[in-house]
Design a protein around this ligand. Sequence first.
Ligand SMILES: *Cc1c(COP(=O)(O)O)cnc(C)c1O
Length: 389
Amino acid sequence: MEFSKQTSLLHSKYKTDPHNGAVSVPIQHASTFDQPDIDQFGPYDYARGGNPTREALEEIIADLENGRHGFAFASGMAAISNVFMLLSSGDHLVITDDVYGGTFRLTDKVLHRQGITHTFVDMTDPAAVEAAIQPNTKMIYMETPSNPTMKITPIDKIVQLARRHDCLTALDNTFLTPVLQRPIDLGVDIVVHSATKFIGGHSDVVAGLAVVKDDALAGELHFLQNCFGSILGPQDAWLVMRGLKTLHTRMEASMASAEKLAEWLLTRPEVEHVYYPGLEGHEGREVNELQAEGPGAVLSFRLKDRESVRRFVQSVEIPVFAVSLGAVETILSYPPTMSHAAMSDEERDARGITDGILRLSVGLEKTEDIMEDFTRAFQQVASVKEKDQ
Ligand SMILES: *Cc1c(COP(=O)(O)O)cnc(C)c1O
């Protein structure tokens, strides 16, 4: 019988240990493995190239994403760097203009040293993507929904363009996770994740993942993973697997809460704009509905100015005010000085990352408690304003 991903994730071949029945994947710390003879090798030799605990995670994520090969890295940025290392000097990369800040920095500050050129482009517009493609373009890199303005890229359209121009496609699926979006089913070649976020889910591990379907591409990525060595350690691989067990349930609960909060924030006079793909009128909402099973659990909203943001942040009690997202606790962050600090003021302005914007990653608290907390904080913002006048 074929079960849903939610069920099969918990009942994979790693459900129990074949040696002793343990209902948890053992953490194998060995850095090297005994070899039978000078020309005979077991399934593992040196742990940079392969480790059974990491391999369990790699198989589980490959299955969840409907790929065939998974790779676990020391961080999301390590996964993304390895994917970019598929490119060579002279190649060109087309990349979404409101990409994650760390990916922006890597592209903007490092890739050109390797002789790899790039063009940032608004990926919501396939015509703009096509116009950016050059004869030497080898990869198109997407992130949808984007961060922090939650713009939606039409994945299938970009995949068609890439195929016509013989480019690889890569997509950062951190925000929606395979619970809500499976890019490989839409023809994307490489899916990457910061598993630090929803997949890990508990703000206690930094990790990255990549998944591909094609065997030859997997061979290249494995070669690069072993060359660069930015692998995920066994203890951290175990933490990510533990997080994955509740991914579906956490995603569903956080998303339901995010939907309620987005609607509620719309009704608040202090809020100038709410960015959430689940909202009526959000640009790209229909595209997201076609390609994903939900709008996710991250939203952004805009207050009047930086001072209002400061008061609000100082007044709220529930959210952790921090860089990161996708955890059991609600996380509030200020993109201009946090996730998008690597961008210049002009670059942020061009992307709509204004001084009043806050990003909210909704966790598992009771939604009404967050509303109450935010109502109090909004009152603080308003009362200070009145005193100032
Ligand atoms: C956090 C994040 C990354 C980077 O991942 P790390 O694990 O922090 O290296 C990449 N993409 C997105 C969308 C992220 O949110």
